[in-house]
Design a protein around this ligand. Structure first.
Ligand code: ZN
Length: 440
């Protein structure tokens, strides 16, 4: 009996060992099974659909709820209770909450409010974030957005209570502008910021329309007659106006166009071209036809180096006292000389001595008259330092500077003027890019 049972025991042990071996084999088979390995990489692929970054912090908010659920189910089969998967679930929940505050498409760019936004939805999101209490890029971004939403809502309430659009001055002409500017300046602090974030709210949209109309009148008036620098400053301090002036003649940036008259000149034009090239600046040369005929290669160099060539009459008469026939001849001969030598038809012109009016402008046809608002007075001062000081003292936010490429003192002054303008933050532009009022 005992012997038998011993044999039996041995048998059982063998069977057990066999079973263990089978299990080991089976485990190995499962573990190294190529089919399961594909599952692992599939899982990785699925995770990479949930997250857009390598750190797996930012979820892919382009996924729909169904798409997310499908991925979630597949992943659950593979590795249940995956921490990153649970986190993604939380993040999608939060994202959904965020889209009741902000417009979904705007969340990736310039977030602006959804019409459904309310103090309650913002509070909900705040509470959610407090509960989660995690710090990665996604939560940090969400926290900032929710904080901004809270501030913006407060501002919007304030704006709502403050503004009375029925009291907004009606702006039809120049004389109405100052009152309107002081009206809008009262709301600027509250309005700036919420303007971009809540453009679809009726009171904001209405106020925006008022600002747009006001700016249209201002720019329009400005192009016919200049405003004082003090008044310009006052307007530029109102952010909601300043942002609307961008890329108009009222752009708050500093612009300057360098113009050179009475060339081309063998000795000095060449030096001016060298300096401009050194600084990578475009200049405008109002040339006289007679000098183009004398020095055609200089005229060509002006054009070849990428500068603008303009018509400054044939031999510089005071057009205001000439007959129409003579004025036309002065323009035509010069345009012909320029065209013959450079292949360029000038479309800008400058009146000699700045003398002339509507008749001379009319006779110039398609050419645009370019005046100046900063006179270097180089021909009068005849000293580089004095010319430089004079330019410095007469600069405007948008300046067209008049110089003459006919003397060494101007060339030397230019070497002082350009670095100064750069230091002061001026952008070098073409004369037509500067305020229209400086042209006739
Ligand atoms: Zn001149």
């Amino acid at each position: 009996m005992e012997k038998l049972s011993k044999e039996l025991q041995q048998k059982i042990t063998k069977v057990n060992m066999g079973l263990v071996a089978v299990l080991v084999l089976l485990w190995g088979f499962i573990f190294f099974n190529p089919a399961n390995r594909i599952d692992a990489s599939e899982a990785q692929t699925l995770m990479s659909q949930l997250y857009i970054d390598d750190n797996q912090e930012m979820i892919n908010t382009n996924l729909t709820k169904d798409e997310f659920n499908a991925i979630q189910q597949k992943l659950d089969r593979h590795r249940p209770s995956h921490a990153k998967l649970n986190e993604a679930e939380e993040k999608f929940e939060l994202h959904e909450l965020m889209t009741s505050i902000y417009h979904p498409e705007s969340l990736n760019e310039e977030p602006h409010f959804n019409q459904t936004v309310s103090a309650e939805t913002v509070d909900q999101a705040t509470n959610y974030l407090e509960q989660v209490d995690k710090e990665d890029v996604f939560y940090k971004e969400a926290t900032t957005l929710v904080q901004n939403a809270q501030e913006d809502l407060t501002k919007m309430d304030l704006f709502h209570n403050e503004i009375d659009l029925s009291k907004a001055p009606i702006v039809k002409e120049r004389a109405d502008i100052p009152e309107a500017v002081s009206f809008v300046s009262q709301y600027d602090d509250t309005f700036v910021g919420i303007e971009e974030h809540a453009p679809t709210f009726p009171v904001i949209a209405e106020y925006q329309a008022y600002l747009d109309d006001l700016c249209e009148v201002i720019v329009d008036e400005f192009t016919t007659q200049y405003f004082s620098d003090e008044f310009l400053d006052e307007m530029y301090q109102v952010d909601s106006l300043a942002s609307r002036f961008e890329l108009t003649p009222m752009d708050p940036g500093k612009l300057v166009a360098l113009t050179f008259d009475d060339g081309p000149n063998e000795e000095y034009t060449t030096q001016v071209l060298e300096i401009l090239e050194e600084h990578d600046i475009v200049g405008t040369f109002f040339v006289m036809g007679a000098y183009v005929d004398d020095s055609p290669h200089i005229a060509r160099e002006i054009v070849e180096r990428g500068h603008i060539i303009g018509n400054h009459t044939y031999n510089h008469p005071d057009l205001a006292v000439e007959t129409p026939e003579e004025v036309l001849k002065q323009y035509r001969w010069t345009t012909e000389s320029i065209y013959d030598e450079t292949g360029v038809m000038p479309d800008l012109f400058r009146l000699p001595f700045g003398s002339g009016g509507p008749r001379e402008i009319e006779l110039a046809g398609d050419m645009t008259s370019i005046m100046w608002n900063t006179d270097s007075a180089d021909w009068e001062l005849q000293d580089a330092e004095a010319i430089f000081e004079n330019v410095k003292n007469n600069l405007h936010r948008h300046s067209v500077i008049l110089m003459h490429d006919t003397a060494q003192y101007t060339v030397d002054a230019l070497k002082l003027i350009i670095p100064y303008l750069k230091e002061e933050g001026y952008r070098f532009v073409e004369p037509t890019q500067v305020d229209f009022y400086r042209r006739f």
